[in-house]
Design a protein around this ligand. Structure first.
Ligand SMILES: *Cc1c(COP(=O)(O)O)cnc(C)c1O
Length: 388
């Protein structure tokens, strides 16, 4: 029988080597050689204005929320179909979280519903690029500009993915890496993402110059230590809010090994993803399920391969059939607006698309060390489930 997990963290082979180097460099705490190397890599490759490594994607989102400088009662629009951290980061800052529904075509925030959610208290929109697929950033950025709102991209799943403007785009012609479009953005290097910083890790992106200085201070526990180390001030002290957001050098060293192999990792993941798509297309054409949607304005970073089933019962049956045959396929988010913690704080609006994805989306195994043959086997099982 097959035994295929849902996820398995990939080791490039150099992680332990770089971690050993980090240990014997004699500087173990954050913001050392490997941290700088990783940040520089991202700034060069994707054109991010300012990068700061963090201990998690959640922490990067919390830094974004702190930088937005929210006042009690300020409102932040967040999709309900997302990970808890997207909402929690802003809730912790005293904001009121206003949940938005997903699109019909894919789980990303539906920009057409945005305008109706905006009030004089709205300060921030947080698009989540689900499965690494870009949200409709033309629509979201123009609504944000019109109402003078900040945009924080939750790009946790979206490393090495792009947004492509359509010919009519007011945002210009160039394709843009996800994470460069909003004022601020957050990536995750948790072990379930395309690349990892040794299990937990994240990255804050500051695209708007106005936030750069304060981001460094918040990163360094509310002190202007970064300026001190650059020789810009002759002593450092407590100047603002902050917390401990820097990862230790051994985590940055682990991430560096993954970054050296980023192209190879991405190529293999895309190959597996395309294989799934090709083998499952005939079943999708027969109406058993729908395949992942990649709009014309988005690229695919092969973070995730998901299917949308017609209903909860059919999804449960497929997950069980795969599990009985040694393949772990898993559903994803439960709607945040009806969660145990938030249900009584939500304003009661129905978010039907979000609830539909909560009931019908299933994710298939997707990781670097998965073999093409195993994808073939998984697809053969799915075929047998439907056509035996
Ligand atoms: C993974 C993820 C996060 C949280 O990242 P961590 O590194 O696990 O803290 C936040 N938002 C989304 C959409 C994610 O997928």
């Amino acid at each position: 029988m097959l035994s295929i997990p849902f996820n398995k963290p990939h080791l490039t082979g150099k992680e332990a080597h770089y971690m050993y180097q980090a240990v014997y460099n004699g500087k173990l705490s954050g913001n050392g050689e490997f941290t700088k190397r990783c940040q520089h890599f991202f700034e060069e490759r994707y054109g991010f204005k300012k990068c700061l490594l963090t201990t998690s994607g959640t922490d990067a989102l919390e830094m974004c929320a702190m930088l937005c400088d929210l006042k009690p009662g300020d409102e932040v629009i967040v999709p309900s179909y997302t990970f808890v951290s997207t909402a929690l980061a802003f809730l912790r800052e005293g904001a009121k979280v206003v949940f938005a529904d997903s699109m019909k075509r894919n789980p990303n925030l539906d920009a057409e519903t945005l305008e109706a959610l905006i009030t004089p208290r709205t300060k921030v929109i947080v698009p989540v690029h689900y499965a690494g697929v870009a949200c409709d950033m033309d629509a979201i950025m123009s609504i944000a500009e019109k109402h003078n709102l900040l945009v924080v991209e939750d790009a946790a799943q979206a490393i090495d993915s792009y947004w492509k403007p359509l010919p009519t785009s007011p945002q210009g012609e160039e394709k843009k890496p996800l994470g460069t479009i909003g004022h601020l953005a957050a990536f995750s290097f948790h072990e379930t993402k395309n690349i990892t910083a040794g299990g937990e890790g994240g990255l804050l992106i500051v695209n708007d110059e106005r936030f750069v200085r304060r981001a460094e201070i918040i990163w360094e526990k509310g002190t202007n230590r970064a300026e001190f180390f650059r020789g810009e001030v002759n002593k450092y002290g407590w100047v603002d809010m902050g917390s401990s957001f820097l990862p230790a050098e051994i985590n940055a060293a682990f991430l560096w090994a993954q970054l050296e192999n980023l192209d190879e990792i991405q190529a293999k993941r895309k190959q597996l993803w395309n294989r799934y798509y090709e083998l499952l297309k005939p079943l999708a054409d027969k109406g058993y399920f729908t395949l992942p949607d990649i709009p014309d304005y988005a690229t695919n970073n092969a973070h995730m391969f998901y299917l949308i089933l017609p209903d909860l019962e059919k999804r449960t049956a497929l997950i069980k059939y795969l599990k009985d045959n040694g393949v772990l396929a898993v559903f994803h988010y439960l709607s945040l607006h009806s969660s145990a913690y938030y249900a009584d704080k939500h304003d009661g609006r129905m978010l039907p698309e979000c609830d539909r994805y909560a009931d019908t989306l299933v994710r298939l195994p997707m990781y670097y060390d998965l073999e093409t043959d195993q994808v073939n086997e998984i697809c053969r099982l799915i075929l047998r489930h439907y056509e035996h």
